[in-house]
Design a binder for this molecule. Structure first.
Ligand code: LMG
Ligand code: NDP
Ligand code: PMR
Length: 351
């Protein structure tokens, strides 16, 4: 079956419809979450070190009643006021960039306990500390998405914590644009698709069972997509373009031995592998929503965060790119606001 990414992923931002009360993530800013401490440049040695401040809405609180032993919504007896218990949110790749900013913003609302699911415990601990996230607001749990065993182990550890999962944010990713040869996950899948898509796919599939048990009014499973996977946009037409082809490489195991390391079966290209993985991310959320939304009440969505040109995502790119990309995005595409107070493409408001 030919699967053309462009025709299936028509928007940079995919939020499945879920009725009137759902909010558009595109217009960003819910859960009252302000991702303010800034997605900072991870390139501390670079002259291009910019603070960004932005708002990201990660979910919305909808009224919904369910009877369970520990209800999410309690009615305070004296005044009849409704109170919501603290939610629990897992954020993958919360040790830098967008994930760290999301973890901090969620923690600062006071409404969320954030499980920072990270591959480098020490880095995550340092990042949480330097971002000023209060100790009692987060727990770091080890997760290496490049190992399916590690994903299973993470799920076990989470279950042993006794917490109920209300929101899962699949944010972690790797981008290997300069790699000449493919590298592989523990199970032998090409690293970008293995980490960004397969690792998150298994994680989502396993944690879906946990989220089903939650009675939180706004259960969400979110994945971070990218405009660069959408070939009906200018950014998505910068070569190499995403294309899943007929999935022959994926069917063959993406192992670069008896099959190609690329989903479409072609020659290895690290930038394309990343973009393909993002297409898979976006399609996965569409399909999960189609299959499981009604039964579970969970909203499955993907989002495009806009261009945040100074995060660690570009760490493998050549230095010239890291130098030119932020001003290019700011002044030429206007996709990146260096002062970053909004998500709009042209943010005259903060100029
Ligand atoms: C490629 O390498 C890999 O080869 C490929 O395999 C894949 O991995 C791909 O999709 C990823 O990356 C990347 C390499 C070539 O990119 C770079 O090294 C730099 C590109 C970054 C963006 C281009 C910068 C353009 C220069 C802008 C100057 C910034 C200063 C702004 C200040 C404004 C002040 C008011 O990637 C390429 O895609 C090649 C692109 C070749 C660059 C051509 C640039 C054309 C862009 C048009 C801008 C015109 C500039 C005029 C300036 C007018 C100012 C108003
Ligand atoms: P960063 O590199 O700053 O953050 C990526 C995070 O993923 C890091 O915490 C990293 O961990 C983690 N990670 C990488 N590999 C693994 C792994 N095997 N297991 C667990 N965690 C892992 O990049 P961004 O903040 O920019 O990226 C966040 C998301 O936003 C990504 O999904 C990206 O595709 C998406 N995105 C970003 C855009 C941008 O302009 N920056 C644009 C569009 C989408 P560690 O700290 O240990 O390296
Ligand atoms: Mg792209 C409106 C135009 C636009 C936007 C919003 C982006 C976003 N980019 C745009 C245009 C262009 N880019 C043009 C015209 C070029 C040719 C000069 C260009 C180039 C370019 C490169 C080389 N852009 C890139 C790269 C990367 O290596 C980045 C990438 O593809 O990472 C996968 C990238 C990006 N451009 C963006 C965004 C958001 C990225 C980072 C994508 C991501 O992190 O997922």
């Amino acid at each position: 079956m030919a699967l053309q990414a462009a025709s299936l992923v028509y928007s940079a931002f995919v939020v499945p419809k879920e009725g009137k009360s759902s909010a558009s993530l595109k217009e960003s800013s819910l859960l009252g979450v302000s991702l303010s401490d800034h997605v900072k440049a991870d390139f501390s040695s670079s002259a291009l070190k910019f603070k960004r401040e932005f708002n990201l809405r990660v979910g919305t609180v909808r009224a919904q009643s369910m009877a369970t032993a520990t209800p999410a919504v309690n009615r305070a007896s004296s005044e009849g006021k409704k109170t919501l218990r603290q939610g629990c949110c897992v954020v993958t790749g919360a040790s830098s960039g967008l994930g760290l900013a999301a973890a901090k913003a969620l923690a600062e609302t006071g409404k969320w306990h954030v499980i920072m699911a990270c591959r480098d415990f020490l880095k995550a601990e340092r990042a949480a500390k330097s971002a000023g996230i209060a100790k009692e607001k987060y727990t770091i749990m080890h997760l290496d998405l490049a190992s399916l065993d590690s994903v299973r182990q993470f799920v076990d550890t989470f279950r042993q914590s006794g917490r109920t999962l209300d929101v899962l944010v699949c944010n972690a990713a790797v981008y290997l644009p300069t790699a000449k040869e493919p590298t592989f996950t523990a199970e032998g899948f090409e690293l970008s698709v293995g980490t960004n898509h397969l690792g998150h796919f298994l994680l989502s599939r396993l944690l879906l069972e946990d989220m089903k048990k939650s009675d939180y009014p706004s259960k969400r499973l979110i994945i971070v997509g990218s405009i660069t996977g959408n070939t009906n946009t200018l950014a998505g037409n910068v070569p190499p373009k995403a294309n899943l082809g007929d999935l022959r490489g994926l069917a063959g195991g993406l192992n670069g031995l008896n099959s190609s390391a690329m989903i479409d079966g072609g020659e290895f290209d690290g930038a394309k592998a990343y973009k393909d993985s993002k297409v898979c991310n976006m399609l996965t959320m569409q399909e999960l929503h189609r299959r499981f939304h009604e039964e579970t009440g969970i909203t499955f969505a993907s989002l495009y965060p806009g261009c945040i040109a100074t995060t660690g995502l570009f760490r493998e790119h050549i230095p010239l790119f890291r130098l030119l990309f932020p001003p290019f995005q700011k002044y030429i595409t206007k996709g990146f606001c260096l002062r970053g107070r909004c998500w709009k493409k042209t943010c005259s408001g903060c100029e």
